[in-house]
Design a protein around this ligand. Structure first.
Ligand SMILES: Cc1cc2nc3c(=O)[nH]c(=O)nc-3n(C[C@H](O)[C@H](O)[C@H](O)COP(=O)(O)OP(=O)(O)OC[C@H]3O[C@@H](n4cnc5c(N)ncnc54)[C@H](O)[C@@H]3O)c2cc1C
Ligand code: FES
Length: 277
């Protein structure tokens, strides 16, 4: 991308309706003269005319470029405006920003993903990236497990993706807080699914979801013996510039947009992070 200050135009090529609240927008940059690349865990500043900008994680793998996926939950003005858009419409994007997940250190590791709701979005690109490497038999991970919690069965997002991952050998366990008449699966909190898992010195856990979920999952993983530098999460702070200038995302001496958003537990323990305290 040319300049991280100036949004570049991207066209919406496809829209996947993940559930009532979440849509995945498959974007393509219009100007192809400047190379664009990223690593899973990085985010973009998405802009919509008259609505401003919002930070959104890239939910696809760089191996899927030139398409860039953004999975967006309808939250406020900007995200609601994006949800009204159709394929062919254009948005602005700046980035990529932030530190990615350390995907190049995952070779031989047993990856345990723990996600709640839209928290699967930043982890999705990591899973796709690792599966791509596995197919090439390059720097392959040992195995991949996903634990995914949703409030209700109708809130489960990314169903097509989860089905595809299962076909590719990923162990996927789903749980809902509240069942409906048709739900045959597990009911409870995503932490309950950790009872079915074992943690070894080869485990790396990647956690993303609401702050309260992150807090309980991290505590549980620690109690199960997962090392601090092998528990990795991604934090959300309200962002303006996305690139270390404005200070909006300040958190105990760090700027989440440049020092994070991806942090391991060893790093978080040096910071005063309320939701993990
Ligand atoms: C690194 C990063 C990655 C993200 N990735 C994704 C993603 O992949 N998908 C996704 O859907 N969302 C993601 N988000 C969240 C997204 O940026 C916010 O939800 C954004 O505020 C939505 O913009 P909006 O205009 O639609 O909603 P807003 O009008 O900003 O409102 C959304 C919610 O945020 C609250 N809010 C607004 N301003 C503030 C403030 N200053 N401080 C605290 N709370 C405030 C509002 O009360 C409301 O509940 C990410 C955020 C970060 C920091
Ligand atoms: S968003 Fe401006 S410094 Fe992080």
């Amino acid at each position: 991308m040319k300049e991280n200050f100036i949004p570049e135009r991207a066209v919406i090529r496809e829209i996947i309706i993940e559930n009532e609240q979440i849509r995945t927008f498959r974007l393509e940059l219009l100007d192809k003269t400047h190379p664009f690349t990223f690593l899973p865990g990085q985010f973009l500043m998405l802009s919509v005319p008259h609505c401003g900008e919002a930070a959104i994680s890239i939910s696809s793998s760089p191996t899927a470029l030139p398409l860039i996926n953004l999975s967006i939950r309808k939250a406020g003005e900007l995200t609601a405006a994006v949800h009204t858009m159709q394929p062919g419409a254009q948005v602005g994007i700046r980035g990529p920003f932030g530190k990615p997940f350390p995907v190049n250190s995952f070779s031989g590791r047993s990856l345990l993903f723990v996600a709640g709701g839209i928290g699967l979005a930043p982890l999705k690109g990591v899973i796709d990236y690792c599966l791509f490497q596995q197919e090439l038999e390059e720097d392959s991970v040992q195995d991949i497990t996903l634990l995914y919690g949703s409030r209700m069965p109708s809130d489960i997002g990314f169903r097509q993706t989860i089905k595809k991952w299962q076909e590719q050998g990923v162990t996927c366990r789903l749980i809902v807080d509240i069942a409906d008449e048709e739900w045959q699966g597990a009911v409870g909190l995503v932490t309950d699914l950790l009872d079915m898992c074992t943690v070894t010195e080869k485990t790396t856990a990647l956690v993303c979801g609401p702050p309260i979920m992150i807090r309980f999952v991290i505590a549980r993983l620690s109690a199960m013996g997962c090392a601090d530098d092998a528990i990795i999460t991604t934090l959300e702070r309200h962002m303006k510039c996305g690139m270390g200038i404005c200070g909006h995302c300040h958190l105990d001496g760090k700027l989440v947009c440049v020092d994070g958003p991806v942090f391991n537990l060893a790093q978080l323990k040096t910071m005063d992070v309320m939701e993990l305290g």
